[in-house]
Design a binder for this molecule. Sequence first.
Ligand code: BGC
Length: 465
Amino acid sequence: MTRNIIFKNVGEDLTFKILPDSKAEKVKLLTDPYLLPDSIIKRVIETFESELELGLEKNPNTQSSLQMANTFVPKLLSGNEKGAFLALDLGGTNFRVILLTFQQDGKVDCFVQYYTVPEPLRLGEGELLFDFLAECMHDFLGKKGLLGKKLPLGFCFSFPMIQTGIDEGILVTWTKSFNCKNVVGKEVVQMLKHSFSKKEGVNVDVVAIVNDATGTMMMGSYIDKRTAIGMILGTGCNAAYFEKVERIEKWEGKHPGIDEVIIDIEWGAFGDNGVLDFMKTEIDKDVDEASLLVNSFTFEKLFAGKYIGDIVRRVLLLLIEKNVLSKSDLETWTFTAADVSNTLEESNLEKILENLKSKGFLKATLEDADIVHYVCTAISARGALLVSICLSSLLRRMDKEYATIAIDGSLFKHHPRYETYMRKFIATLAPNQKFELILAEDGSGKGAGLVAAVVTSLDTSLLHS
Ligand code: BGC
């Protein structure tokens, strides 16, 4: 089998510094399933493209694993927005409240306050979670002297939802580290408004609910008007892009005058219907089995920040079992996305060894450090390739003269090689498309505030089904 794409783009990093050839061969053999051959890549591309089409159909024969949710956001920033807007950003363990103020010159001032969402709230009764959000909002407005003011708010809710309008979203399922009771199937803007109504002085107007990928796309357009895709590569992974309304067969209430609308793909769930089973390793299956929500979010679990470290750890365990890596009690310690990034940040094996020892891998040797570096590279390359496959398909589908891909998320920000790999993979997979990758920092939350600004300038009858 050929492996042109991965080796053409990452090959130079997939080498050992000191490992003897006999051992290197064993490591290569055991990590081989992660270095996807071109035949598998081709199948993933075809599968993604057919799932994407299926997800836009009105009465599909089979259910697509891509939700292809209509966000009802028909345009990006015009540059004429004015005033002050609030945003709430919920999706990870950190919850943010943001105040955006447009200046005369179109520049935006941002004030961001972080709050931690404790685990009992992430796993407890839903209403308590929303009450907590209202409490943080109250705290924030108090600090900014805005209690009682009626400001428009964009709610960034980074979970799969069905939207029937720009300010209505029904939670489909929790993902990542959330699993609150009595929220799935409910309209979450109502829940938020209900909790706000219990707090004196919280008099804000929730005008939009958006996913973080959509928020990032909006934030991207503030930085670069040619933004056509927003992507989150953090704890979870997802993307949003502009789709031509005529291609969205399932949108019954199409509106004249709207040519394109942002679609939230929800590609974290790509493969949940089994269409990616052909490429999953036993370890991928174990990672799913050990996750909070088993049998869901197949694609995300192959590489996103919440899972990448654990994939590496399990590959290392396999190498210990096969007597390739020194013995270590890897069962008792975790390997995180930050450990993957730290390992790849270092070209010096002594430093990698030091990190491993500080984590409790006391018997590690320099050869082990060499192996860990290789494994981190292989798993990261697979992840970067998988997202690049989907991004390249979107670029070819939109076929714009130039498309900027705005990205936010901890994995993208902190991983030292992901961006470089992605640039190379996309250029190989979509050779005729001109593109740029930009970091849209804090795109999710700030973007939600920007969506609120866009929405208040539009005729809201256009923004519902
Ligand atoms: C959620 C998406 C979100 C992504 C990135 C996924 O788990 O389903 O809605 O965009 O994480 O935060």
